[in-house]
Design a protein around this ligand. Structure first.
Ligand code: SF4
Length: 224
């Protein structure tokens, strides 16, 4: 079990830690950005729904041809859900994803004049869209910063002693307190890149980690 001292987060210490690791992560991952390929908010919305329990690489392979076929929300809304299921099958959980994509696109076509909405409130009206997906869209398409609580962000925030929560909604608010608002989206993307490259789930490579000096979990045998 992790040492109890890591269960108490001092917000000013956490803020200072964020300030210290921020420039290092920016230098280390100068190209950190959303890895889901897209050219507009609709494509990113569909890709983010497909990315649940699936790798971004797989989603990018599946969507490459799909986005030539489906160009508008109305295109998706008009398609038989069974056809969508077959087209996205390799991303897993395809029945649920197909149902949500079709239903979300029906709402976008009917209630939002075919445009993906640009507020958290409206995005949350779409089936299959939670705060994480909404923040992906807002941060990457509408220049509205948001903390994106994906699996890497949750794991790294806990290892770095920035939050003790594993509930994404609570962890999101913890990070909002200690990361400057303008940096919310990029900070999330930097943690994702660091999680993929060095601080992975099973075997974090603390010896190669450029932020190890600031990490309370560095070199520990057990991790959150
Ligand atoms: S020191 Fe280890 S646990 Fe901490 S962020 Fe780096 S790789 Fe992850």
């Amino acid at each position: 079990m992790p040492d109890k001292k890591f269960h108490k987060i001092n917000p000013s210490v956490a803020k200072e830690r964020v300030a210290n690791i921020w420039p290092i992560l920016k230098r280390t991952y100068p190209n950190a950005k959303c890895s889901l390929e897209h050219v507009n908010p609709l494509e990113l919305l569909i890709s983010t729904i497909l990315a649940a329990q699936c790798t971004d690489e797989r989603v990018n392979i599946v969507t490459k041809n799909l986005y030539k076929k489906y160009r508008t929300a109305a295109d998706w809304a008009a398609q038989d859900v069974k056809v969508i299921e077959q087209e996205i099958k390799s991303t897993g959980f395809y029945r649920n994803k197909a149902k949500n994509i079709k239903a979300a696109c029906e709402i976008i076509a009917r209630d939002f004049a075919g445009k993906v909405p640009d507020t958290m409130e409206d995005l949350l009206k779409l089936p299959g869209v939670g705060r994480k997906t909404a923040n992906v869209i807002l941060g990457n398409c509408f220049n509205t910063p948001g903390i994106i609580c994906d699996t890497h962000v949750i794991r790294l925030s806990r290892r770095l002693g920035l939050s003790t929560n594993d509930d994404p909604a609570k962890l999101e608010y913890d990070l909002m307190e200690i990361v400057p608002k303008r940096n919310w989206t990029l900070f999330s993307n930097l943690l994702v890149f660091h999680g993929r490259n060095i601080c992975n789930a099973r075997r974090p490579d603390c010896e190669k980690c450029p932020i190890a000096n600031y990490c309370p979990s560095a070199g520990r045998k057990e991790y959150y």
